[in-house]
Write a protein that binds this ligand. Sequence first.
Ligand code: ZN
Length: 218
Amino acid sequence: MTMNPFDSTLQRSFPTIMVPTREPVAGMTTAGERLLVASNGVFIEIFRPWIRLIRRISSYAVSTAIPYGVVEEVSELLCGRVPPELIGAFAEQARAACPNETGGWIVWNPGTKAFRLVPVVVLSHDSASLRYDRPQLPDDEVLVVDCHSHGCFAAGFSTTDDQDDRFDVKFAVVLGRCHTRSMDVALRLCAKGIFERSHNIPVSWLDAVGEANDVAAT
Ligand SMILES: [Zn+2]
């Protein structure tokens, strides 16, 4: 008997793999997600042209024997280093907009390997949130870093940010205290509800933000 078309489409779009013990799992060839059921838990694998991630999302509550292989977490940044000058360009934009909030997307073209900053159209902003239109990207560009600023307030991720970021696969950057010579920078990886805050902001990014301040001060 075949399954109804709705569920069979849904399951094809998000398959579950039983991880073999004696060979690696075949790699994903198209963008998407899948579940990996392993002896050491249940993992989500996320593949985009610019990143590949495997994260454990569940462990077993009972130590029963699961006859599958072991999976390790993976982080592969396929697009390479995000150019610090684009973070600097966004810092200049954030400083110019302060005390208002502003936003921008750093996007990447897998064919040309080029990055660029796309300003977002702000619909409304207040101290707690920023509403903006998601930029329409050409088919050959993907979102890598979603940047927004908090005006004069500290950088960080609010519960509104958590709501906004829960479906995406991207880095999120927040700049705060944009009126000062020492802007705050907050960074995290967002991947389908997984949030990983990074407390080690790349030094090149901090330098680029500092230079944006110097430009504004002269
Ligand atoms: Zn925010």
